[in-house]
Structures are given as C-alpha cells and as structure tokens.
Design a protein around this ligand. Sequence first.
Ligand SMILES: CCCCCCCCCCCCCCCCCCCCCCC/C=C/C(=O)SCCNC(=O)CCNC(=O)[C@H](O)C(C)(C)COP(=O)(O)OP(=O)(O)OC[C@H]1O[C@@H](n2cnc3c(N)ncnc32)[C@H](O)[C@@H]1OP(=O)(O)O
Ligand SMILES: Cc1cc2nc3c(=O)[nH]c(=O)nc-3n(C[C@H](O)[C@H](O)[C@H](O)COP(=O)(O)OP(=O)(O)OC[C@H]3O[C@@H](n4cnc5c(N)ncnc54)[C@H](O)[C@@H]3O)c2cc1C
Length: 710
Amino acid sequence: MWRGGSNTRTCKRRFFSSPTRSRHHRPPYICRLHSRGSQHLKAMAEVDHLAAERATARFDVEEMKVAWAGSRHAVHVADRMARLVASDPVFRKDNRTMLSRKELFKDTLRKAAHAWKRIVELRLTEEEADLLRQYVDQPGYVDLHWGMFVPAIKGQGTEEQQHKWLPLAYKFQIIGCYAQTELGHGSNVQGLETTATFDPKTDEFVIHSPTLTSSKWWPGGLGKASTHAVVYARLITEGKDYGIHGFIVQLRSLEDHSPLPGVTLGDIGGKFGSGAYNSMDNGVLRFDHVRIPRDQMLMRLSQVTREGKYVHSNVPKQLLYGTMVYVRQSIVADASKALSRAVCIAVRYSAVRKQFGSQDGGPETQVLNYKTQQSRLFPLLASAYAFRFVGDWLNWLYTDVTQKLEAKDFSTLQEAHACTAGLKAVTTSVTADAIEECRKLCGGHGYLNSSGLPELFAVYVPACTYEGDNVVLLLQVARILMKTVSQLASGKQPVGTMAYMGKVQYLMQCKSAVSSAEDWLNPDAIQEAFEARALRMAVNCAQNISQAASQEEAAGFYERSPDLLEAAVAHIQLIIVTKFIEKVHQEIPGHGVKEQLQALCNVYALYILHKHLGDFLATGCITPRQGALANEQLGKLYAQVRPNAVALVDAFNYTDHYLGSVLGRYDGDVYPALYEEAWKDPLNETVVPEGYHEYLRPLIKQQQLKLSRL
Ligand SMILES: CCCCCCCCCCCCCCCCCCCCCCC/C=C/C(=O)SCCNC(=O)CCNC(=O)[C@H](O)C(C)(C)COP(=O)(O)OP(=O)(O)OC[C@H]1O[C@@H](n2cnc3c(N)ncnc32)[C@H](O)[C@@H]1OP(=O)(O)O
Ligand SMILES: Cc1cc2nc3c(=O)[nH]c(=O)nc-3n(C[C@H](O)[C@H](O)[C@H](O)COP(=O)(O)OP(=O)(O)OC[C@H]3O[C@@H](n4cnc5c(N)ncnc54)[C@H](O)[C@@H]3O)c2cc1C
C-alpha cells in the first residue's frame, strides 16, 4: 500500500540530447601560465601521502566495501553505475556553481533526459536506474516524479487508477509532482486550505485556491517541469468538509506545456547557496475553479460515489501520509550518503594537509594526527556507518510494514511512523551539522566551492525541513513515547523499538556496573545505559506532564515540549546504537572488518554518551566517574581508528566525480588540483577584470591626480 519505485524495464520512450559545452573557456595565455605552474606544483605534490595511509590499514578494504554496500552484488552495481556517470561528459558537474539559475535548470533537464536515454538504451533495472539517478547528483523534477508522484498513486490509488496512470508516469508521458504544502501551511497538513468540492451535476471535483495562503508553495518539479500533480485538498461533498484527500490534477498542456485554464503556476525563486538545490524548480500553484473528473480523486482509502456520498474504507486515515513515510525512510539512507561524502573529503584532506610540528625544518604534522581533529572527525566517520546500518534496518522495517498493510494488518503502522519520523529527524540534523563541521575541519580551503563542501551543505540542509520539520517529527515520536509510558501501568507490553520500555521496573533503578574504561567496550553496558537514559527521560516527561497542575494533557505536553524533544532524541539514539550493535553481532566476513566495525560502533555510542553526558548523569544512569571512563575509552578508540581512517572512507567506494571535491581526491594530489580549479573561475577569463575601465581606472586616476596636485 505504501510501496514506491517502479519497473523501468518496460519504458521504451527515447530522448536525445547534445553534449554540454562549458561556457568558461580559458584563454590561451592562462593555459600556458597554468600548465607551467601546474607542472611545477605537480613535482612538489604530496602524492604519496594517501598511499602510505592506505598501507597502514588493518583490514580488508574490499570486504569493508561489501559490508558498507550490503552485498557483493550491491558493490558491483554501484561501481558500474558510478563509472557510467563519471565517464559521461553530459554528467559533468564541476562548473555547476558557476551557472546562472536558468543555465543550471536547463542543465538539469538535459541531464535528466540523457539519463533516461541511457537507462532505456542499456535496459537498466530499477535498482541500476536509481543508482544512476543518485550518482548524477543533481536534484531535479525526476526525484519527485519517481520519489513521490508515483508512490502516491501506488499507495493511494485504486487498482483501476494505478492501471490508468502508472504506465503514463513510467514512460514519462506525464511528469508528476507532489503538491501538498501551501504558502500558509506545511507542517500542519490538516490545516491546508485548497478545496476540492464535488459537483454532482457534472460528476466533477472543482479544485480551488480560496486565499493567497492556500497557494501551493514548495513542491519540487512543479515550477517548470511537471504536467501533473497529486494535489492535497479538503474534500467537500454534500456541504460537508471531509478533510484532506489526494487528487490527480493536470496542470500543463501535453502539447505545448502551457498552463491549463484556471491554473496559475511558476517557480518560487532562488534558494540558499550556489548550484545546490537551485537545480530544482520548487513551485507555486493556484487554482481558479479547475474541474477534474471524479475518478481523479485517489480512491483507495475513501471514495465519493456518483451521487456524492462519502465512503471511507475500513483502513486507518493515516495511510494518507504513506508517501511521506516512504520518502522519510529513503531520506535516512541518503543521510549516510551525504555524511560519508563529507567525511571522506575531510579525512583524506586531513591526511594530506600538514601544519606545525617541526622546529628544525623537518616535516610538519598531518592535521589528522592532532587529537582534536580526531575527536571532531572520527565520531562523524562512525556516525556515517551507524546511519548506513540503521538505514538498512529501516528499509527492512518499511518493507515489512508494507507487506503487513497489504494483508490489512495495521498493527505496525505506529512503529513505522515513529521510526521513520524520528530517524529522519535525527540523521538529517546530525548530517547537516556534520557537513559544516567537515568544512571547518578542512580549514580555509573547505570554504572554496571546489572543496565540494559548500554545495553539499547547501543542497543538504533543507532535509531538516522537507518531509516534515525535524522538531515537528520529533514531537510525533514524543507523543508515541508518552502514550507507551501511560500504557505501561495497565500492563500492556510495548513492542518493536519500544520493547525495552517493558523492562521499566529494572531500568528505572539499575546502576551501571562499569568500573574501568575497558568495561565500556561491553555492548551490554552500553545498551543498558542507553535504555535506562531513554526510559527515564520519557518517564520524567510523563510525570511532569501529569503533574502539570490541573491542565489538560495537551497543555502539559505543550509546556514540556523542549524536554519531550530531548526524550525523543534519546529514544532514537538508542535505536541507532542498538542496530549498530546488532549489525556487529552478525557474521561479517573479511580480515579485520568486524573489528573495525566494532570499534566504530563503540566510538559512536561513547561519543553520544560523552556529548549527552548531562542526560546520563541527571537521570542517574551512570556516575560522573563512569562518564569520565567512557571519555577515556573514547580516546583509546580514536587511536585505534587513526591508522585505518583513510581506508575506512575508501570503503565508501566513491568516484572522484561523485565526491566532486579537489580536497577529497582519491590520490590525495590536492594542491595542483586546487591551483587548477582556481583558473576555471569566470573572473579569470580575462587578466584585467570587466569593470576596470568603468570603475577601477577612473578611481585610481582620480586619486593619482589628487596626489599630483598636492
Ligand atoms: C536522472 C534521472 C534518471 C531517471 C531515474 C529513474 C529512476 C527510477 C527508479 C527510482 C525509484 C526511487 C526514487 C526515489 C527517490 C526519492 C527521492 C526523494 C526526494 C525527496 C525530496 C524531498 C522533497 C520534499 C517533499 C516534501 O516535503 S512533501 C511535504 C511533506 N510534509 C510534511 O512532512 C508535513 C508534516 N506533517 C505531518 O506529517 C502531519 O501534519 C503531522 C504528523 C505532523 C500531524 O498530523 P495530524 O494533524 O493528522 O495528526 P496528529 O498529530 O494528531 O496525529 C494523528 C494520529 O496519526 C498518527 N500519524 C501521524 N502521521 C502518521 C504517519 N505518517 N503514519 C502513521 N501514523 C501517523 C499519529 O501518531 C496519531 O496517532 P494516534 O491517534 O494514535 O495518537
Ligand atoms: C527544499 C524543499 C523542498 C520541498 N519540497 C516539497 C514538495 O515537493 N512538496 C511539498 O508538498 N512540500 C515540499 N516542501 C515543503 C516542506 O514539506 C515544508 O516546508 C515542511 O513540511 C515544513 O513546513 P513549514 O514550511 O510549514 O514549516 P513551519 O511549520 O512553518 O515551521 C516553522 C517553525 O515552526 C516550528 N513549528 C511548527 N509547528 C510546530 C509545533 N507544532 N511545535 C513546535 N514547533 C513547531 C518549526 O519547528 C519551525 O521551526 C519542500 C520544502 C523545502 C525546503
């Protein structure tokens, strides 16, 4: 019922495109200047640094690639798709931040069409096509078409509707987007204002935007590309408002792409950063009494009969939110991708970069050897692995829930909602902060577009907002936690990721047995501390809410929401730690691979414990001494990770094209690459800048004249 994705094998439609040509041609004098400079610098380049780093790894990198990707098959397919993209000039992206908005958008259309052509020519499977989409690495309408429009029809459309619309979407005969958010309301879906009023005389719905704030605002692909949208609107029939439902609405002509009568639409304007999410045409849309046939209401969950009667199927209303649940779980997998990219850049560059440490003209110290660099970077490396594994687990959970829903078993719906919402919130917030931290870890050069980090940050940060603002989503988790706590008294045993709450008697009073730093390497000690902290925080919140004088529960919840947020984070961190521990308990082939993952798992858990020490101490789960021991063990783990760091990021198996960073190059030959990149800037197209004769020369001359008069 929630399933997304599609089988692209059936698609026959072909598109044609011409290769891109950079608008920035370096004039001959710069080529000469640069090639001399570059050769000179190449001789000095520290190309051996990463080779030496790779030699110190104490594990089999090829096998770690398998552990990271999930299977040998996954490594192979990802490798093939990454190379396919990297070797195709149409997919170049090194000039992206220098393109104007219009050029960037056209470049996105060109890439999408070319990608589709290659997918059809090579008869790629859905798995391969999606990887190709990811490696093209440019947000565009196809993400929303495949990621939300198609899944919405699959999840909320009847079989008949799927039969009609999906083949059109699979062959790109129509392009769709997901039009939910409005200018006035995004988080509060029930507050949307767009109306869909049934007219029994014509057997049509009339879609209307009654106010300015009811304008659809933000949907990706809506601004310029989409021909259709799944529009969420208040269903009104027989004079009654039945709340939010989905409708398939055609927006543009399939002949000339002009808006249909009654439809006003366009792009909402430039967004944060250069390049980045500006490749996406997030749009605005208003309806002026637009009529659509009744059968374009998505009718799997509820129907309106020919006579205008509203009928709700015997399924939970929340299935309407299924597309968001689907995308939230995919966003968790994306978080590990974005985080691992940033970490890969920062680790490699930190191994190449040297500062200080030599008093007598000897070599300087690799910045990766500084303990502070390690304590900032290695937890992020560990988090990338942690998010990867929890993402795999979440994908399993999602698939499992979907199968159950198809069998009309709704028992795990709440678990799916809590896990997707909470993990989406925590992993995206951490990743956004981590990308910025990686930029700082790369010093000044991290601020250059050519480091890849500014664009990665700019493209990533909206993940904290889209598909549900992270605070709003964490409060959803908190509500479920409070509900679970309140049911404990009645003896109802919590299940799934809440099962630990069933041990309430024990966890509320247990004391950690850790008495040495090594004791923190015991997964049971970690698990118990995290469970006790999460449960105690949730129970404290529940007690505070119930004690909030005579207030209603909702008012108590509102008062305590900052604490509830922290309780929700603690619960989600417990899930991440638990899934990492479970992963490490599995059989993992390859020399040293399990040991490295074990170390990273401990780094992740103890880093979180150290960072949130206040929670652990305030809830009395551990003593200050035990907290200090955890930190001591963390330092030892960093030393263990250090010789393996470069190999651990190599295991992500990213091409230089995908990384898009001169600092993160596989060969570590950073300085010539930085030098070369500088010359590609449009400012360097001429030696004397445009504007010199207009503004600089007159200014200088005027000053000279003044001086000569003195
Ligand atoms: C290069 C080209 C090549 C071509 C390639 C071809 C490839 C082919 C193959 C590709 C396949 C795959 C492609 C995948 C691509 C994926 C990429 C995706 C990219 C994504 C980009 C992002 C774009 C962004 C989109 C958006 O942002 S869409 C809008 C999102 N909006 C929100 O998230 C709004 C948030 N708000 C809410 O969700 C709700 O309002 C709320 C939950 C906050 C509150 O809801 P409500 O008011 O209804 O209710 P309550 O809080 O009272 O809750 C009532 C009960 O319902 C439960 N509940 C709530 N939500 C859910 C849920 N989702 N599921 C289940 N249950 C839910 C509550 O728990 C309450 O329960 P109770 O009554 O028991 O207490
Ligand atoms: C890049 C991007 C792409 C997007 N793509 C799409 C798309 O394709 N389709 C689509 O329909 N939408 C899309 N959106 C919209 C997106 O889903 C919404 O912006 C998002 O759900 C947040 O809603 P909002 O903008 O209304 O934020 P608001 O809810 O207005 O948030 C503002 C602030 O209020 C806080 N807040 C709100 N409610 C509460 C509460 N109950 N308790 C405590 N604090 C609260 C939030 O934490 C936040 O700090 C996109 C957005 C972006 C940025």
